[in-house]
Design a protein around this ligand. Structure first.
Ligand code: NI
Length: 152
């Protein structure tokens, strides 16, 4: 495993590109996944998407409310309910936090590291992370959705 360089907003254009589906979960993909986990933990983040480490693959990870890391391959949002308005940040946009409106409950479908499709219900902070990370796979960054920036 290795810690990878995190791409930065305003510097690495790959963050604006659309990621490609993963068609085979092989050792190369698993290595990327484990490197992403190590990189996120090192940076003390709660979510990370493959384009943030320079790879246009539909892979992301999200730390859930229990501190467990959800490994999401080819994630798709299948349902959104309600609204929440709160602050979020991104490892690719260091030192910045901004208020973004998100769904309060986000149901996704994704493959795990064994290729099994699972449905996961994310609430509150996890729902926010699901939307934020899946946006990364479509080249979208939270900075374009901020209604108010935080001073801290
Ligand atoms: Ni992010």
């Amino acid at each position: 495993m290795a810690i990878r360089r995190i791409m930065l907003y305003g510097q690495d254009d790959i963050l604006m590109k659309i990621s490609k589906p993963v068609d085979e979960i092989n050792d190369k993909i698993l290595n990327i996944l484990y490197d992403m986990i190590e990189t996120m933990n090192e940076a003390d983040g709660v979510g990370l998407a493959a384009p943030q480490v320079g790879l246009l693959k539909r892979i992301c990870i999200v730390k859930d409310e229990k501190g467990e890391i959800l490994k999401l391959i080819n994630p798709i949002i299948i349902e959104k309910k309600g609204n929440q308005n709160g602050y979020e940040g991104c490892l690719s946009v260091p030192q910045k936090r901004g208020k973004v409106k998100r769904a309060n409950i986000v149901v996704i479908k994704a493959q795990d590291e064994n290729g099994i499709w699972r449905e996961i219900v994310g609430k509150k902070i996890v729902a926010r992370a699901f939307e934020h990370e899946i946006d990364h796979l479509d080249g979208k960054l939270f900075v374009d959705m901020v209604t108010k920036w935080s001073d801290r």
